[in-house]
Unconditional design. Structure first.
Length: 132
């Protein structure tokens, strides 16, 4: 079940400002995702925020140099005002420890939430980001 921002032990409320490219980045994640089954988190868009949907592109990426060559996993999340959801992504969908999948889960460094061509400020809440 969804856990509200007020109930969560670890949560953030982020407001992305209008821009071609806005991002919330969680850095230096536990890089050794081996032995876990899934990544999960709760995400919501406050009902009072706006009337238009917010489309976020979730990007999970490994450390690589230069950064644009990093292995990455992408997923689109669309939230309308008032939406609340619990997201669970199997690590088998994200990648494989031997690098044969989309992302090498033995070397994860960043979880990013991207909004592209944002025309107005948009707020969302993120809570309980965890490996299971």
């Amino acid at each position: 079940p969804f856990v509200s921002l007020n109930e969560a032990k670890h949560a953030i409320r982020a407001t992305m400002l209008p821009a071609d490219y806005s991002m919330l980045q969680l850095q230096e994640m536990n890089s050794r995702w081996i032995g876990y089954q899934s990544l999960s988190f709760d995400i919501a868009r406050p009902a009072c925020d706006a009337s238009s949907p917010l489309t976020l592109r979730l990007r999970i990426r490994a450390w690589a140099k230069p950064p644009h060559t990093a292995d990455s996993y992408y997923r689109t999340i669309t939230l309308v005002p008032g939406d609340r959801m619990s997201v669970q992504i199997p690590l088998s969908e994200i990648g494989a420890a031997d690098g044969s999948g989309t992302l090498n889960v033995a070397n994860v460094r960043f979880i990013e939430f991207l909004a592209i061509d944002l025309l107005e400020p948009a707020t969302f809440e993120l809570a309980n980001v965890r490996l299971r």
